[in-house]
Write a protein that binds this ligand. Structure first.
Ligand SMILES: C[S@@+](CC[C@H](N)C(=O)[O-])C[C@H]1O[C@@H](n2cnc3c(N)ncnc32)[C@H](O)[C@@H]1O
Length: 356
């Protein structure tokens, strides 16, 4: 595996395409290992009648509904590349006055079926439809469950943080308000929800020969945040002592705990390791306590992994309950190929089913 720029393969790629197929989410006419990310919102249990005999959502019991969703997951597992995953937007349902716990039941069934449930993201909304019940709070959140068939999957937390903010450890609550186009009937979800899932888990490019996604390579710079007095002082000291990039890299490689030990500990695991420790100790002698500042220095993307086959393809997003096609449009806008499946694509006939 070598490294190269992501853009260097772009000229070889055809424009992003959208494919829309009528069909059932449980049996999709696509080859195995052809999808990178499933991002979708199935009909919730007992919420709407889409007027199709094969529709999911109107099963008589929660267990039957969860079983239908599990049939979907089994099919999607077949379609996913080895590094693929699923972002499933699902809400709960009140039945006989009680929440039924649909998202939790899906999670439990998925774990039992061998899926890795990696996140239960809360999609929190400030606004929403008025609700008639006067003895409970209005429902203002749904779930986005991130599931992976394997423990290892494509994930670009750095790219996500760069776009969305929230620092190096962004949280699992997404505040996204409903969009104007979200009529009660068609139940589209917000574009921002899809965008976040794609940023996190759909590679921009994959190798069509070996299915390896190109992954971002990130390195620390020596750039500190000049708005912080401690960081400014650290930069002054480093400049005055003419610390080299190798010194700064050594601090970052050894981390906070090891740098001070380097001159005392003479048994490294190898020559490089020892020389790095010595450089780190020299830098620490100059910087004193300020050396820690460089362990927080800004990180940048320095390249993307390159498996060497040079047979690039765009990452592929599948929405098996495509509805009005929100996922497909967002995927194309982000340079991914998009495949949509729906029993009644784009124009579902919908009747509301009450539930409070
Ligand atoms: C909640 S809507 C999806 C809305 C979509 N996220 C959007 O932004 O427009 C659910 C969709 O699932 C479709 N559907 C219901 N049962 C299905 C099944 N068994 N297979 C495929 N699609 C199904 C309905 O026709 C409907 O369009």
């Amino acid at each position: 595996m070598t490294v190269s720029d992501l853009a260097s393969w772009e000229p070889e790629l055809p424009p992003a395409v959208t494919q829309l197929m009528p069909g059932d989410a449980r049996s999709i006419d696509l080859p195995a290992s052809s999808v990178d990310l499933v991002v979708t919102s199935p009909p919730y249990w007992q919420k709407r009648d889409y007027g199709h005999e094969d529709q999911i959502g109107l099963e008589p019991t929660p267990a039957a509904y969860v079983s239908a969703i599990m049939d979907c997951l089994t099919e999607w597992r077949r379609l996913l590349r080895p590094t693929g995953s699923v972002f499933l937007n699902v809400g709960d349902t009140y039945y006989k006055k009680s929440l039924i716990g649909i998202p939790g039941r899906i999670e439990a069934a998925a774990v039992d079926a061998g899926w890795v449930v990696r996140n239960r993201i809360i999609w929190a909304k400030d606004g929403g439809m008025p609700e008639p019940a006067q003895n409970r709070l209005a429902n203002r959140h749904e779930y986005v469950i991130h599931l992976a068939p394997r423990q290892s999957y494509y994930y670009d937390l750095f790219g996500y943080s760069e776009e969305i903010g929230n620092g190096a450890n962004p949280g699992d609550v997404w505040h996204i308000n409903p969009e104007r186009n979200m009529g009660a009937h068609l139940a589209p979800y917000p574009r921002e929800l899809v965008r976040r899932a794609i940023l996190l888990a759909c590679p921009p490019q994959i190798c069509l020969t070996c299915n390896t996604p190109r992954r971002r390579i990130v390195a620390r710079t020596r750039q500190l945040d000049p708005s912080r007095p401690q960081a400014r002082r650290a930069m002054e000291l480093a400049e005055a002592a003419e610390l080299t990039d190798a010194h700064i890299a050594a601090i970052q490689a050894t981390g906070v705990s090891d740098a001070g030990k380097a001159l005392k500990v003479q048994t490294g695991t190898g020559r490089n390791s020892l020389s790095v420790q010595v450089l780190a100790a020299e830098a620490k002698a100059v910087l004193g306590g300020y050396f820690r500042e460089f362990t927080f220095a800004r990180r940048v993307t320095t390249g993307w992994t390159d498996c060497g086959h040079h047979t690039p393809g765009r990452g592929v997003v599948l929405d098996p309950f495509a509805g009005t096609g929100t996922s497909l449009r967002v995927a194309n806008d982000m340079g991914r190929d998009a495949i949509g499946v729906d029993l009644t694509p784009l124009m579902p006939a919908v009747n509301s089913v009450a539930g409070s």
